[in-house]
Design a protein. Structure first.
Length: 101
């Protein structure tokens, strides 16, 4: 079961952490976290993952409490992983703004 992880920096304060596991070349689980530094403290402001057996987006507050869950029922895990990375790349400023409000 190969595990892979990497970081994508979006600006000087915001980055994406991508972690996933494959079996026979197929994605079997993942977590994609949108991270932001606030006064030297790093916080997860949103995450896509495969907990509960289905890919979804979790929007969280400053204490890490779940505010909203959005299911990605129409996607397989590989599609959802790609979507998560692209969504955070394209829309990270909106997520940051919502987190700070």
């Amino acid at each position: 079961m190969p595990e892979k992880s990497y970081i994508i920096w979006l600006d000087e304060l915001t980055y994406i952490v991508v972690e996933f596991i494959t079996v026979d070349g197929r994605v079997v689980s993942f977590v994609v976290r949108l991270m932001r530094k606030f006064n030297e403290i790093e916080k997860c402001i949103a995450r896509y993952d495969t907990a509960h057996g289905c890919p979804h987006l979790d929007l969280v507050d400053e204490k890490g409490r779940l505010l909203e869950k959005k299911w990605l029922l129409e996607m397989n895990l590989a599609e959802a992983l790609r979507f998560a990375v692209e969504d955070f790349k394209d829309n990270f400023s909106s997520y940051v703004q919502s987190f700070k409000s």
